[in-house]
Ligand binder design. Structure first.
Ligand code: NAD
Length: 476
């Protein structure tokens, strides 16, 4: 089996121990990922410390050139990357080809541009001028989850490198393959040794050491709210800069005046894209009573028509990411039934013939009849499971939308312009999509409120996160 390597000080280095890396569509290990130790992180931080000054002092245009070279090499191997991402995570190769890998390329290209456009303010006043110096945090830690592996890994690494930081990064141990391929690409693209170090392994060993290492001054984390809280407990008293992109339980709100077909398409995409394993997925669907029955019937039909199967073939849904996650999602389906939810579609394992017969596939699942305060409507499932609930009044649905501990994303479907703006302002979430879902412009601030996180990524927000502002005041 292929053994993946850590990327430290510009070289690929073998680890002392390994973990199995499993193909979830097949249900069996197919490669081995380093089970790195805290000492491996320490070596990576030392390498980053040696590299950071030279990288920070390089002209932005030169840093941008290296980022573009990385983007070009991923683009040149797009099909390899897409296939690898699909095998590693269970997502369809079509999704990896259309979304994950192009977005990883876009992340490097976007932040190459951002590096050359990033500027600081100055404030002239009577008798003095103030300006802001922005110096890169010398060493940043970046920790990413398994659902959009290369997409989210590079969403952190690209701005950190663009800002002039040296980076120690950890992908999820569940989906390490494209991060390993990225390390090969960085070597080919001429990224100087030590500027980016990628250490594979378990969260409590590798991730926790990145967070606790005294030389890592900023930590950018995407993952669960539970681990985010643990990271905050370590990093808070050390006064580290912290960006936390955490879980969600996002509402989709369909008003009766919405474009019915567009709302239906959007609701299906929001609920089930990537097997429901996107932090932005709309897992709570609220539909105005006047169109509830018609919308419900159409939604059931569309949900049942989603083709689940071998992710390397032409299907709509692949496998969920792991055995453990399969068990968790199936447990949530049992909870929903125990709470009195009426199953409208799915609710069971899908057995796929052929090479995927032992894979972890779940039929897209819809429930109705669950109270907004039920566990199923409160807790993040992060799988292909959505709830459907009718509403009568705008204030009522806004109350339900806001009635969870999360606040990441919401989507609204209406043709009433005033209502769209009013509800967008009233919903407690970092992102509101009106008549769309997951329509992204990389310049916009990205992140959540409440239990969905702290801080914003995207555009210059990310560049600000990875730099320290210093005010210089000159008396004239
Ligand atoms: P997770 O929190 O289990 O793991 C995320 C990463 O943190 C992994 O690399 C893991 O190894 C590492 N980790 C685990 N324990 C750690 C510790 N004690 N210290 C440091 N690092 C540690 O999350 P996951 O299961 O990989 O991903 C799913 C979660 O991510 C969901 O809750 C989802 O909503 C969230 N997510 C959020 C966003 C967002 O932008 N808000 C995007 C994608 C996923």
């Amino acid at each position: 089996m292929k053994e993946l390597l850590n990327y430290v000080d510009g070289r690929l280095v073998p680890a002392a121990a390994f973990l199995d890396n499993v193909d979830p569509a097949v249900g069996a290990a197919y490669s081995r990922v380093p089970d790195s130790a805290a000492e491996d992180v320490d070596r990576a931080v030392d390498a980053a410390a040696r590299a950071s000054r030279e990288w920070a002092e390089r002209p932005a245009a030169e840093r941008a050139r290296v980022l573009r070279a990385i983007a070009a090499r991923i683009q040149a191997r797009l099909e390899d990357f897409a296939r690898a991402e699909s095998i590693d995570s269970g997502k369809t190769v079509a999704a990896a080809r259309a979304l994950d890998i192009p977005r990883a390329v876009a992340n490097f290209e976007f932040f190459a541009d951002a590096a050359t456009q990033f500027a600081s303010e100055s404030h002239a006043s009577a008798g003095a001028v103030n300006y802001t110096l922005r110096t890169p945090v010398p060493i940043a830690g970046c920790i990413a989850p398994w659902n959009l592996p290369l997409y989210l890994f590079t969403w952190k690494i690209a701005p950190a490198l663009a800002a002039g930081c040296a980076v120690v990064a950890k992908p999820s141990e569940v989906t390490p393959m494209t991060a390993f391929m990225l390390s090969e690409v960085c070597i080919e693209a001429g990224l100087p040794a030590g500027v980016l170090n990628i250490i594979h392994g378990l969260g409590p060993k590798v991730g926790a050491r990145i967070v606790a290492h005294p030389s890592v001054a900023a930590v950018s984390f995407t993952g669960s709210t539970k681990v985010g809280a643990e990271i905050a407990r370590t990093a808070g008293p050390m006064f580290k800069k912290l960006s936390l992109e955490l879980g969600g339980k996002n509402p989709t709100i369909v008003f009766s005046d919405a474009d019915f077909e567009a709302a239906l398409d959007g609701t299906i995409r929001a609920a089930f894209s990537n097997q429901g394993q996107i932090c932005l997925c709309g897992s709570r669907v609220f539909v105005e009573r006047a169109i509830y029955d018609r919308f419900k019937a159409a939604l059931i039909e569309r949900t049942r028509s989603l083709r689940v199967g071998d992710p390397l073939t032409d299907v709509d849904q692949g496998a969920v990411v792991s055995r453990a996650h399969f068990d968790k999602v199936m447990g949530c389906i049992e909870t929903a039934q125990a709470e009195g939810g009426r199953l409208l579609a799915g609710g069971k394992r899908v057995v796929v013939d052929g090479r995927c017969r032992d894979g972890w596939f779940i039929a897209p699942t819809l429930f109705e009849g669950l109270a907004p305060a039920s566990r199923t409507q409160q807790e993040e499932i992060f799988g292909p499971v959505a709830t459907l609930t009718p509403f009568d009044r705008e204030e009522e649905v806004v109350g339900w939308a806001n009635g969870t501990s999360y606040g990441l994303a919401a989507s609204l479907w209406t043709r009433d312009l005033s209502r769209a703006h009013r509800v967008a302002a009233a919903v407690q979430s970092g992102i509101v999509w009106v008549n769309c879902w997951l329509l992204r412009d990389l310049r916009t601030p990205f992140g959540g409120m409440k239990g969905s996180g702290v801080g914003r990524e995207g555009g210059f927000e990310a560049m600000r996160f990875f730099t320290e502002a210093k005010n210089v005041c000159v008396k004239l």
